[in-house]
Design a binder for this molecule. Structure first.
Ligand code: IMP
Length: 196
């Protein structure tokens, strides 16, 4: 079987990407299962594309087989597209997702509904040892709620209301979220690109 190593340790992402790869005769292997678990890649890029490339390239250089890495985050228009690539660490080193949501709400206290526009972005980069590269981007537009709502999902989900809905991602089922989410879209795009 043709192995593809995934940079992510997230089991949900590994399963979803694994399902797509299996349609093309490839099998997804986590970096832990491949025995390259003892290093951390520093995400020094300024874009999601750069960071997903950095992660995929670090593993390709070690393993020499095809690799896939993803990078994602939230861009909020009224604060110049922040937190962007800093989404995970917006409220500082060691912060929790709750801290990040509190910080975002604080910055947006006086911003009216029509100016609370935002988007989630997901970029997946797949690299092959012969130099080929696939980059799949998915976006989900929406707006930032005025308070946290819902227990589902992770990260900024309690604050993000996707376009065409009144619920936050945190109030949706996983299937509902996946059908419109940035990651659902970048995965669909990767599948399209593999098919081409
Ligand atoms: P990473 O791409 O796994 O490094 O995720 C970066 C950060 O973006 C996460 O820690 C979250 O703060 C945020 N993020 C990315 N995707 C989502 C999502 O689907 N829901 C909520 N937060 C997200």
């Amino acid at each position: 079987m043709n192995k593809v190593i995934l940079a992510s340790r997230n089991e949900g992402k590994i399963r979803e990407i694994g399902e797509i790869l299996s349609k093309f005769g490839m099998v997804a292997v986590s970096r832990d299962d491949y025995g390259i678990d003892k290093f951390e890649v520093e995400e020094t890029g300024e874009t999601f594309e750069e960071n997903s490339y950095i992660k995929a390239k670090a593993i390709l250089d070690i393993a020499g087989v095809p690799t896939i890495a993803d990078d994602s985050g939230l861009e909020v228009d009224c604060i110049g597209g922040r937190p962007g690539v800093y989404s995970a660490r917006f409220a500082g080193p060691g912060c929790t997702p709750y801290d990040n949501n509190v910080k975002l709400l604080g910055l947006m206290k006086h911003i009216p509904e029509e100016e609370r526009t935002a988007r989630f972005v997901s970029v997946i980069t797949m690299l092959f040892p012969d130099g080929r590269k696939l980059v799949a981007r998915g976006e989900c537009k929406g707006r930032i709620a005025e308070e946290m709502r819902g227990e589902g999902g992770f990260g900024y989900d309690p604050l993000f209301i996707p376009e065409g809905f009144s619920k936050t991602f945190g109030e949706m089922t996983a299937d509902e979220k996946n059908s419109v989410s940035h990651r659902g879209r970048s995965l669909a795009r990767l599948e399209e690109m593999l098919g081409e």
